[in-house]
Design a protein around this ligand. Sequence first.
Ligand SMILES: Nc1ncnc2c1ncn2[C@@H]1O[C@H](COP(=O)(O)OP(=O)(O)OP(=O)(O)O)[C@@H](O)[C@H]1O
Ligand SMILES: [Mg+2]
Length: 228
Amino acid sequence: MNNVVEARGLHKYYRSGDQTLNILVGLDLDVAPGEAVAVVGESGAGKTTLLNLLGGLDKPTDGRILVDGTDIFGLKDARRARFRNRRVGYVFQFHHLLPEFTALENVMMPLLIARVDAAEAEQRAQKYLEAVGIRERETHRPAKLSGGERQRVAVARALTAEPAVVLADEPSGNLDERTAESLHDLLFDLNARLGQTFVIVTHNRALARRCARTLLLEGGVLHDTETP
Ligand SMILES: Nc1ncnc2c1ncn2[C@@H]1O[C@H](COP(=O)(O)OP(=O)(O)OP(=O)(O)O)[C@@H](O)[C@H]1O
Ligand SMILES: [Mg+2]
């Protein structure tokens, strides 16, 4: 079967004054369908940069990225934005939910943007709120939810469009240990039950250990690590 994510020769340079920062220098990555891959590395190594490229939020200086067989930087900006909205789920370190909308409306948002009919969007959003165990809070705005509950809503939002891959940047970074563990249980349950593919950036060893593979981002490329 084809890889869900295939990155080849990714380079990302940032210019800062007359200095050039070489963050990624020819990085390759393959993620198979249904795989959960952890990416670890020091602060500043380029993990968020990598996720932003994989999600099509930022452009590489050089290299190619296929998501679900589509060369995402071969698409014009508007088509790439549409593709991203349908095929890539993003869970940020901080939830980025829209404060003026309820949990349900937040989860419906990617579908409404994709012009899915409102009744169907609502039904699908409810299904994923149920899957993350927070359906009974659907009418609440983010301010009324705890940090862990908001992260669950963010996971539901990443899933509703039934993306090829979910990219998660420190999804449990600001949760206490117990809440983090219950979020991890949720991610791996979705991975096992729905075969959802994940790329998860994390400093959390417990989370990395539960992934099929852990890759170390160092020196601008990914290195295989021994599975503990
Ligand atoms: N827009 C930008 N312009 C210039 N430099 C940038 C830009 N974005 C990121 N960088 C630099 O690129 C490097 C990698 O940043 P990135 O956010 O990808 O690191 P990270 O591995 O996610 O770190 P952390 O674990 O702290 O989140 C950092 O040195 C950062 O300062
Ligand atoms: Mg980061």
